[in-house]
Design a protein around this ligand. Structure first.
Ligand SMILES: C[S@@+](CC[C@H](N)C(=O)[O-])C[C@H]1O[C@@H](n2cnc3c(N)ncnc32)[C@H](O)[C@@H]1O
Length: 337
């Protein structure tokens, strides 16, 4: 825990808020971390073993905020895969997915591990196929474990650099980019992140985000969507990445997320939404949704190519129906697991 805000944090607070009281509240939330309510996304029918907080107006019906003291990760229903535990900030970030006009055939999650947004998207939009990509191979194990536990299917798990997916251009109705970032919001729950406000850290992340979002944009089918989100506060990693995307790919258009209108970012004219830790709901998040207004052929997702890079997911311990097994076993291939 910091006692005094650094100059870089003070500078950021002045950039984010005109109002001195908001600046103080923001800084206070970061230097004096407070607990946030635990939160779960139900992947299956809801049960009621927990004491829950009254839902807030935009909270999806399949999300519960739990009272302090509840430990959902330790309940047997967790092992049975009824729900996934995540921060309410992640729910906020994933809310842009609810502005997607369904039905959605294919969802491609570019930065998927450990799986929170994938599971939220699968639950909210019920796609015919979910592709979870995680570039960092050592993070694949936890992704597969969460997907298996929550019985998400049909799903393909791959581990590719976003630049190596050219074979599947224009093939997904929704691409999710929950980008690696400087992670500044983690300070609000007490994590130590030296250097997270430093311009070098921010620039390095912003450049990586631009590379990831540019490669991701090319996978979006005509009329399909691209969702961008981070868990950091800096403008360079958020609004400026969105503005850059629209300059580079003018066929994309930002989409309003009506549920989040009161969280509109004051740092851009685009519909971009921010949650701050002083809201007491979560540590903080940024989210925006874009639609590819281009017309043209929607390419079929090259499932064969994905089969070549996909990772086998063993079904033995998952209670799928025979019909589900057929679909899933047809899609998972590889020999790493
Ligand atoms: C914010 S986390 C994703 C969290 C996940 N979407 C969830 O909700 O559980 C960002 C992910 O991007 C991955 N990543 C790191 N470098 C990357 C790169 N160059 N390209 C794509 N993804 C990368 C990280 O390993 C990390 O798993």
């Amino acid at each position: 825990m910091m006692d005094q805000p650094s100059n870089l944090l003070l500078k950021l607070s002045r950039r984010l808020f005109d109002d001195a009281t908001e600046q103080e509240k923001f800084i206070d939330a970061l230097i004096h971390p407070q607990p946030f309510h635990p939160c779960i996304v139900w992947g299956r029918e809801k049960r009621s073993p927990f004491k829950i907080e009254p839902p807030i107006s935009w909270q999806p019906y399949f999300v519960d905020r739990l009272s302090f003291g509840e430990k959902p990760g330790q309940h047997p229903l967790h092992n049975e895969g009824y729900y996934y535990c995540l921060d309410f900030s992640s729910v906020f970030a994933a809310m842009s997915l609810l502005a997607v006009r369904s039905p959605i055939n294919t969802i491609f999650d570019m930065c998927a591990a450990p799986g929170g947004k994938s599971i939220f998207a699968w639950r909210a939009l019920q796609p015919q196929l979910l592709v979870c990509n995680e570039a960092i191979s050592k993070r694949i194990g936890m992704l597969i474990s969460n997907i298996k536990r929550c019985r998400i299917s049909p799903v393909i798990v791959i581990s590719k650099d976003p630049g190596d997916l050219k074979q599947i251009f224009c093939s997904s109705q929704l691409v999710i980019v929950d980008a690696p970032c400087s992670g500044q919001s983690l300070l609000a729950k007490g994590s130590k992140l030296p250097g997270c406000f430093h311009p070098n850290t921010i620039n390095k992340n912003a450049n990586r985000q631009k590379r990831i979002i540019a490669n991701s944009a090319q996978l979006v089918a005509p009329q399909g969507y691209l969702a961008y989100m981070t868990c950091t506060y800096s403008v360079e990693e958020n609004e400026q990445v969105c503005e850059w995307l629209l300059e580079k790919f003018p066929q994309f258009q930002a989409v309003d997320v009506s549920e989040l209108v009161e969280y509109q970012s004051q740092l851009t004219n685009l519909p971009c939404y921010r949650l701050f830790p002083q809201s007491k709901l979560g540590t903080g998040a940024f989210t925006a949704l874009f639609q590819n207004t281009g017309v043209g052929e929607v390419k079929n997702l090259d499932v064969e190519m994905l089969q070549q890079v996909g990772i086998r997911y063993k079904l033995n311990d998952v209670n799928h129906t025979d019909a589900e097994k057929k679909v899933v076993e047809g899609l998972f291939i590889g020999n790493n697991f």
